[in-house]
Design a binder for this molecule. Structure first.
Ligand SMILES: Nc1ncnc2c1ncn2[C@@H]1O[C@H](COP(=O)(O)OP(=O)(O)OP(=O)(O)O)[C@@H](O)[C@H]1O
Ligand SMILES: [Mg+2]
Length: 241
C-alpha cells in the first residue's frame, strides 16, 4: 500500500545555517494518525512544512506515492492541508469567507462547489456567524478556527496541523478533538498539548535536535517517564492516574 508520507533521511538548514532537520525519517501510512512532540526548536514545524510541500523540492520526501519534486509540489499542496502554527500566516484576505474560499477557487472548482465547501468548512469550525468579518478582527482562538476552515475547504487527504489547539478555550479545544476523532483521513499533528495527542493520535514521533529520536504507540511513548524527561516533555496527567 502507498504510504501517506515518507520522509527518508531528510536534512534541512534554513538560510543562515540553522540545521533544523538532521537525518530525520518518518513513515506515515494512509489512515494513520501521528503526533509530533518534542522541545521548542526540535524541528516539528519544519518537518510538517516539508510534508506539506511548502518548502523547496526534496527527493527525501514522498507524499501519497509522489516524490516532492518541483513539478509535484502543487499537487502535494492540494492533498496536504497545512495549518500554520501562527494563524495570522494563513489569513490574508479581507474576509474570513474569502480566505476559506481561496483554496477551492485555486483548484478551479465551479462557483457552486466552492460555496458548498466554504459553508461546510465554516460550519465544521463553528464560524458561520463570523464569515463576513475581517480575519484580523477575530480573537486569537477564532483566528485559529478560521485558519482550520481554510484547509478543510480543500478537502485534503492529509491534515498536517501545527499546534491546532493553541489559543482555544476548553470548549473550542474539545470541539477540535471531536472533529479530528471523526475525521477519516491521515493526520499529522505537531503539539505540546500531549493530552490532546493522546486522545487523537495512535502513534507519536519524538523529535530532538532535528532528528526523529523515538516512535511508537502514543500511550507507550507518552507514558514512558524516562523518555519524556530526556526530551523535555512530561507524562500527561491522565496517564498518571
Ligand atoms: N524561518 C526560520 N529561519 C531560520 N531558522 C528557523 C526558522 N524557523 C525555525 N528555525 C529554526 O529551526 C529549528 C527548528 O524550528 P521549528 O520551528 O521547526 O521547531 P519546533 O519544534 O516547531 O519548535 P516549537 O515547539 O517552538 O514550535 C530551530 O532551531 C529554529 O530556531
Ligand atoms: Mg513549531
Amino acid at each position: 500500500m502507498t504510504d501517506a508520507i515518507r520522509v527518508d533521511r531528510l536534512h534541512f538548514a534554513y538560510p543562515g545555517g540553522v540545521q533544523a532537520l538532521d537525518d530525520a525519517s518518518l513513515t506515515v501510512r494512509i489512515g494513520e494518525r501521528w503526533g509530533l512532540a518534542g522541545a521548542n526548536g526540535s524541528g516539528k514545524s519544519t518537518l510538517l512544512h516539508h510534508c506539506a510541500g511548502v518548502y523547496a523540492a526534496d527527493p527525501h520526501v514522498t507524499v501519497l506515492g509522489r516524490v516532492a519534486s518541483a513539478e509535484n509540489l502543487p499537487w502535494i499542496r492540494s492533498q496536504v492541508g497545512l495549518l500554520f502554527q501562527r494563524a495570522s500566516d494563513q489569513l490574508f484576505l479581507p474576509t474570513v469567507r474569502e480566505d476559506v474560499a481561496f483554496g477551492p477557487l485555486n483548484l478551479g472548482l465551479a462557483r457552486s462547489d466552492v460555496e458548498r465547501r466554504v459553508e461546510t468548512a465554516l460550519r465544521q469550525v463553528g464560524l458561520v456567524d463570523r464569515a463576513d468579518r475581517a480575519p484580523h478582527q477575530l480573537s486569537g482562538g477564532e483566528q485559529r478556527a478560521a485558519a482550520l476552515a481554510t484547509i478543510l475547504s480543500l478537502e485534503p487527504a492529509v491534515l498536517a496541523l501545527d499546534e491546532p489547539t493553541n489559543d482555544l478555550d476548553p470548549a473550542g479545544r474539545r470541539s477540535v478533538i471531536e472533529f479530528l476523532n471523526k475525521w477519516q483521513g491521515t493526520i499529522l499533528i505537531a503539539s505540546h498539548d500531549l493530552e490532546m495527542l493522546l486522545e487523537v493520535t495512535g502513534q507519536i514521533a519524538i523529535l530532538s535536535a532535528g532528528h526523529v529520536a523515538l516512535t511508537g504507540a502514543s500511550r507507550a511513548v507518552l507514558g514512558d517517564a524516562a523518555s519524556m524527561a530526556r526530551y523535555r516533555l512530561e507524562v500527561p496527567a491522565s496517564l498518571l492516574r
